[in-house]
Design a protein around this ligand. Structure first.
Ligand code: GTP
Ligand code: MG
Length: 533
């Protein structure tokens, strides 16, 4: 099999946005239109309804929000698609940012009534820094929305990116009837289906098609025609290169829940989104066609399938061909490992995969030594350093509330620490065995508690701490030097999981004050040698 052909048909992308814009709903509809599911589930599923494929965790189904990113692989029209649905909430952004290292492009979902929201803007900045091409889906056009022209304006002004409308909404809110495909010069008028579980019936026709005209009220028709003329008069052309450079975003309008515009987004995206490209590591460029197999782990998740209770390491293949049972070297341990349990994934469903190509995300089972950020390769000179780190901003003690379940509590917590859901710190000169947890946001503690109980049968109790800020000390500091530090009131010295010394402070002010009584001791936001975003 020609590897170039396999690479060229790969599309690996993430769906990103502020919470609630409709990422999971859109993901499910892309699966429906991509033929990967026959019946679309809903994020707010009631008893008789199916839940979505990507929000498979118990807590996600209960809350109706995404907590963890999900991988969905399927084939459609000759393309091999790796789609990653991400959580929007900022407390889970570490997971989302890790996913961004593993994709070649993104679909940014915008709520048509709200425009660009803060979390979308942050994620956008990361994509721009990484030069990732961005496609925009303006969702929820079935509700009262901002004027489409002002939404384009917002994209250009707030994000500083060119916006090219590929299609255009016909009517808005309750009168939202469909979209106009500007390049094919065709109207797509849809009908709503109950719950949007099936594809929406569509009628396609040109500007002057009487059947189409007959279905629109004269005001909507006239307004749409006028807007389309205006856009055409502006004379902007679709500029493929500018899109691939991340300077222009193609904009699609629609409504995920009603299946309006989903097919046009899927087809337009696949046509213009890039296939996997070279990756640069330590100044060296590794092409996907490189003869050596290489990839890196960007996510670990345990207990995805209650029947198996094992942990999956998610690997993004970057170069060469993956073959099941191949022996690779593992960067963290420099040991050789055989990869015999490899899977393709659709939410929490998995299937053995015998070969994979650059762009693919595969799930590897049975390797407890794998950690986030590790490189696996047949050429040990290749080492990816892709995974960003975040500075924790929330700190809490976690008590085991049932001593009889201590084993389960410890085992569960160790697993969640390995997944990188949270970090653990230990206080210096403290005899207490109660774990001190550190997270980007407090919702992560809730996830830990829920999963400990749900997956390990261990109940727990959180205890607030007086700290809100952590800073790393130079790793070379000796015990005597640590003892000699003059700490502001309430501050404490501790260690991270890699045994690097840290200081916990009550607030930013006391962290800034620290250098006054301790000149020459520099604090950093992350362990030295690791770069943040
Ligand atoms: N009216 C309307 N509602 C929608 C549309 N798409 C999604 N929704 C609703 O918006 C809510 C949020 O949808 P989700 O798909 O869970 O949003 P999300 O972006 O995945 O949210 P997080 O993953 O938690 O960040 C749900 O109640 C959906 O039913 C749409 O096109 N129109
Ligand atoms: Mg979601």
């Amino acid at each position: 099999m020609d590897i170039t052909k396999e690479i060229q048909r790969r599309r690996t992308f993430a769906i990103i946005s502020h919470p609630d814009a409709g990422k999971t709903t859109l993901t499910e509809k892309l699966l429906l239109y991509g033929g990967a599911v026959q019946l679309a589930g809903s994020v707010t599923a009631r008893k008789q309804q199916r839940a979505t494929t990507s929000d498979w965790m118990e807590l996600e189904k209960k809350r109706g929000i995404s907590i963890s990113s999900t991988v969905l692989q399927f084939e459609y029209e000759g393309y091999y698609i790796n789609l990653l649905d991400t959580p929007g909430h900022k407390d889970f952004s570490e997971d989302t940012y890790r996913v961004l290292t593993a994709v070649d492009s993104v679909v940014m979902v915008i709520d048509a009534a709200k425009g660009i929201e803060p979390q979308t803007r942050k994620l956008f900045e990361v994509c721009r820094q990484r030069g990732v091409p961005i496609f925009t889906f303006i969702n929820k056009c079935d509700r009262p929305m901002k004027d489409p022209l002002s939404l384009l304006d917002e994209l250009e002004k707030v994000l500083g990116i060119g916006a090219f409308p590929v299609n255009w909404p016909i009517g808005t809110g309750f009168e939202f009837k469909g979209v106009y495909d500007r390049r094919a010069k065709q109207f797509h008028l849809f009908e709503r289906t109950v719950g949007g579980a099936y594809r929406a019936p569509v009628e396609v026709g040109g500007l002057d098609d009487p059947a189409i005209r007959g279905r629109l009220d004269p005001v909507t028709y006239a307004k749409t025609v006028e807007e389309i003329e205006m856009l055409d008069l502006a004379g902007e052309e679709f500029d493929e290169e500018s899109v691939l450079a991340g300077l222009t975003t193609p904009v699609f309008f629609g409504s995920g829940v009603n299946n309006f515009g989903v097919q046009l987004l899927l087809d337009g995206f696949l046509q213009h989104a890039p296939a996997p490209k070279s990756r640069v590591m330590a100044g060296l460029s590794i092409a996907p066609e490189h003869p050596a197999f290489s990839g890196f782990i960007f996510k670990i998740q345990a207990n995805m399938d209650p029947r198996h209770r094992d942990r999956i390491a998610f690997l993004r293949v970057c170069s060469g061909k993956f073959e099941r049972d191949m022996v690779v070297s593992h960067s963290r341990t420099a040991k050789k490992v055989r990869l015999s349990s490899s899977h393709k994934l659709l939410g929490n469903e998995r299937e053995t995969v015998n070969e994979a190509y650059p762009g693919d995300v595969i799930g590897l089972v049975g390797h407890d030594g794998f950690g986030i950020g590790d490189t696996l390769t047949t050429d040990p000179t290749i080492l990816y350093r892709e995974i960003p780190r975040f500075t924790p901003e929330a700190f809490s003690f976690l008590h085991n509330s049932n001593t009889a379940k201590f084993k389960q509590f410890r085992q569960g917590l160790d697993q969640l620490l390995q997944e990188g859901v949270i970090q653990a710190l230990t206080l210096r000169h403290s005899g207490s065995k109660v774990p001190l947890l550190a997270a980007v946001g407090p919702l992560q503690f809730e996830v830990v508690q829920f999963r400990l109980e749900n997956e390990y049968g261990a109940t727990s109790r959180l205890e607030t701490t007086p700290w809100n800020v952590v800073r790393w000390l130079p790793a070379s500091m000796t015990d005597e030097q640590l003892d000699a530090l003059s700490l502001p009131t309430g501050a404490k010295v501790g260690y991270d999981m890699g045994n690097n010394p840290v200081v916990l402070f009550a607030n930013e002010w006391s962290a800034n004050y620290f250098t006054t009584p301790n000149p020459g001791v520099t604090l950093s936001h992350l362990p030295v040698g690791l770069s943040g975003l």
